[in-house]
Design a protein. Structure first.
Length: 286
């Protein structure tokens, strides 16, 4: 009996093999099922054949490479196993409505929209990415912390967490939040790696209690969210984001809402270099 865990393993295998000459039978073999049974199950769960899914993922990876690398367009297409420039251009235009050249010249990652890029040198997805996220309702929450301006090309989050940890007394315990604030500069028609946006790092804090002098209050709006769990070190966090943006959202049918997305650090977060650490990641959906 094939189960959903096998689908997850298959997706990870495909992600780690986009630049390899894989076929549908290789995917079935990687999860130890017969091709005859697995390809029908995969199509029933994912809504398309294994071969179609591989092709779709290669196109989304090509879109990523066009915006975030300086490689020649033909080299990108060939590396992802499109046989000719014509076949690559035709497939890309069928999916995105514009040619690879036009996509690159726009300078905007229309696939990712207002979400920062995941810079992965070896194009691998973290094997512990939660492939089965939850749809949850988050209550309105108040936090205390530090707001700052950041960009994709100059991310200040790590430095601001260090500053926050230096300023918050040890007596303050509770859930901590890294919040990426929605704004006009994040709309898909103007977003680029140099677009400035605001972010907030802080700790859950009662609404009526005075904040520390060096900090400010932030209300986190509640509502409907999709919740992922990153398991592993902080340095691998971007790989989990890569899976969320590049794999899950394009297949999910959900539309992002114009509210803040955030990371939640609970008692399950054991430290930035601890492999058993868990970080909850929330994206607002309509």
């Amino acid at each position: 009996m094939v189960n959903n865990r096998a689908i997850g393993k298959a997706i990870v295998f495909i992600e780690n093999s986009l630049y390899e000459p894989i076929a549908a039978c290789d995917v079935a073999k990687a999860v130890s099922y017969s091709y005859y049974h697995f390809h029908r199950y995969f199509q029933g769960i994912m809504g398309e054949t294994i071969g179609s899914y591989i092709r779709t993922r290669r196109l989304t990876q090509a879109a990523w490479d066009l915006v975030h690398s300086e490689r020649k367009i033909l080299d990108i297409g060939i590396s992802l196993y499109f046989e000719t420039a014509e076949s690559f251009t035709r497939a890309f235009k069928d999916r995105y409505g514009i040619t690879p050249t036009e996509y690159r010249n726009n300078g905007i990652d229309v696939l990712i929209g207002n979400r920062p890029p995941a810079l992965i040198s070896d194009n691998r997805v973290h094997p512990y990415a939660d492939l089965s996220p939850q749809i949850v309702t988050v209550p309105e929450t108040y936090t205390m912390g530090i707001r700052f301006i950041t960009t994709i090309s100059g991310n200040e989050s790590i430095a601001m967490w260090q500053l926050f940890n230096q300023q918050i007394p040890d007596t303050f315990v509770g859930t901590r939040y890294g919040i990426f604030e929605a704004g006009e500069t994040c709309s898909s028609d103007v977003f680029n790696p140099r677009s400035e946006t605001t972010a907030f790092v802080g700790i859950e804090f009662p609404k009526g209690q005075p904040t520390l002098r060096c900090m400010e209050r932030k209300k986190l709006c509640g509502g409907k969210y999709v919740k992922f769990i990153h398991k592993g070190t902080v340095k691998d966090l971007m790989q989990t984001y890569h899976y969320i943006w590049g794999v899950w959202f394009p297949k999910s049918g959900y539309e992002l809402d114009n509210r803040d997305d955030f990371e939640c650090y609970t008692e399950r977060f054991a430290g930035e270099d601890v492999e058993s650490s868990e970080i909850d990641i929330y994206f607002p959906i309509k």
